[in-house]
Design a protein around this ligand. Structure first.
Ligand code: NAD
Length: 489
């Protein structure tokens, strides 16, 4: 079946993809559209509306208009809508996963997993909506009563990346809606279809007009200028590169907006000689190659203690060499395409730099075909901490293996980066596990766990990997203001 016919089976696929603003779907004011491309085939998938600044303004107007009535909807009623939306996502899991694979490239099994993961944020924050407790504080003066109320921040703008087109939205939108905020969302230009399908589902679940607005556009600048200039937008939540995150920090100064930033990573994956070797190999495989290595938490530097280096490299390489590269719609595929040519160029640059610096290729090392974005999963032996592949986020299926001798040395290597999102450590020594968990300067540490992310736990980075936390019990705090009320009786 052609991509177009698969898309036509989606609810939105029969119509031109519009902007979701206020009471429904509409074209961009200037009539602009842009093309969404399948990264596996290069085929044009669909056309979506290309919003300009006036459309963004209209979306902010709609969110501001909807705010007073949405913020007073009782928490259990807000929670019920979120739960209904999560249920609809799971009912439509196959269809939504197919749309995601078409526009993003990840294997269908991973796309199904992401839909379930994305829905889990709506369910988790539905529960949190019902637990937005305030506080009373004992006063030092007899006739005073001190109270703390927790109220929604207001209109929130959200900017999301292409690597998790559904989950990166619900991880922000779930807590925002649960708290009583309204939203204006700009999905990544490479993957707008998953966002629009989510918008349809939220309306189907009964979300009132204007509470969630989705603005697709090819150029992010007019969007960000408009939201940062508007006093009514009280918060901006961004997931993407550290470079853009820094620009947004500067832009937020003019109107002192609250910011949440989930930025880039450079995860160390550390394997000690006392680790369960098979578990470490499987963990490294899952962490490194999920989404073709295009995740912010994926192992970027694999440190292996020298006494087991050869054994690890051998077992790991056999597994990597067996990974099938191809179109994500093929059930045999485990590695899909990179998102675009720019991503491929970065991977090429990192591999060339490593080889020039003395690394050697154990498997892979080149594009699967010269003209496409498929990169053969690669293992590099004898990599060093000074190579580009260890200093920058590669964002591709390349695993550099770096040897180390002892704990102090590897902890030094692991922390010698401006990033601090996720780190992994495999060991069976309980004391060492604690020392590493406490010593790693990272927001997320997986001990013998390569896939720690879950809606129930806080997700976010130290250092230049970001500000704030998403998910977990504290995720909703990002969308709430604390108001202190002092009352004299
Ligand atoms: P990116 O920063 O280029 O783009 C992310 C989003 O920002 C897109 O929607 C894009 O249109 C928008 N954008 C780009 N320039 C902008 C600007 N000047 N003003 C406002 N918006 C702008 O990042 P990317 O390449 O799409 O995503 C990959 C990056 O995201 C990686 O660094 C990855 O580590 C990071 N990421 C982080 C997390 C996390 O939770 N920490 C999760 C996923 C991805």
């Amino acid at each position: 079946m052609t991509d177009a016919r698969i898309l036509a089976q989606t609810m939105l696929g029969n119509e031109p993809y519009g902007l979701l603003i206020g009471e429904g779907w509409r074209p961009a004011t200037g009539g602009g559209r842009f093309t969404v491309t399948n990264p596996a085939t290069g085929d044009h998938l669909a056309e979506v509306a290309d919003a300009d600044a006036s459309d963004v303004q209209a979306a902010i107007d709609a969110a501001a208009t909807a705010l007073p009535s949405w913020s007073i909807v009782p928490a259990p009623a807000r929670a019920a809508i979120l739960r209904r939306a999560a249920g609809l996502m799971l009912e439509e899991q196959e269809r939504l996963a197919t749309v995601m694979t078409l526009e993003q490239g990840k294997p269908l099994a991973e796309a199904r997993g992401e839909i379930a993961y994305a829905a889990s944020f709506l369910t988790w924050f539905a529960g949190e909506a019902e637990r937005i407790y305030g506080m009373t504080i004992p006063a030092s003066i007899a006739n005073k009563r001190l109270l703390v109320l927790r109220q929604p921040v207001g209109v929130c703008a959200m900017i999301t990346p292409w690597n998790f087109p559904s989950a990166m939205i619900t991880r922000k939108l779930g807590p925002a809606l649960a708290a009583g905020c309204t939203a204006v969302i700009k999905p990544a230009e490479q993957t707008p279809l998953s966002a629009l399908e989510l918008g349809r589902i939220l309306r189907q679940a009964g979300l009132p007009d204007g509470v969630c607005n989705i603005v697709t556009c090819q150029d992010p600048i007019p969007f960000s200028t408009t939201i940062f200039d508007d006093e009514r937008v009280r918060k901006v939540s961004f997931t993407g590169s550290t470079e853009v995150g820094k620009l947004l920090i500067q832009q937020s100064a003019a109107t002192v907006k609250r910011l949440s930033l989930e930025l880039g990573g450079n995860a160390p994956f550390i394997v000690f000689a006392d680790a369960d070797l098979d578990a470490a190999v499987s963990g490294a495989l899952a962490s490194k190659f999920r989404n073709a290595g295009q995740t912010c938490v994926c192992a970027n530097r694999i440190f292996v203690q020298r006494s087991i280096y050869e054994a690890f490299a051998e077992r790991f390489t056999v597994r990597v060499a067996a990974m099938q590269v191809g179109n994500g719609l093929d059930p045999a595929t485990v590695i899909g395409p990179l998102i675009d040519q720019q991503a491929r160029t970065k991977v090429e640059r990192h591999v060339a730099d490593a080889l020039a610096g003395g690394a050697s290729i154990l498997t892979g090392g080149s594009a699967a075909t010269p003209e496409t974005q498929f990169w053969t999963p690669t293992v590099l032996a004898h990599a060093t901490p000074t190579m580009l592949v260890a200093r920058e986020e590669t964002f591709g299926p390349v695993a550099p293996l770096i040897g180390f001798d002892d704990e102090a040395e590897v902890l030094g290597y692991a922390n010698a980066t401006p990033f601090g999102l996720a780190a992994y450590c495999y060991t069976r020594d309980l004391s060492r596990a604690w020392r590493m968990a406490e010593g790693l300067e990272y927001g997320i540490v997986g001990i013998n766990d390569a896939i720690p992310s879950t809606a129930q736990a806080p997700f976010g980075g130290f250092k230049q990997s970001g500000l704030g936390r998403e998910g977990g019990p504290s995720g909703i705090d990002e969308y709430l203001e604390e108001k202190y009320v002092s009352m004299v009786l």
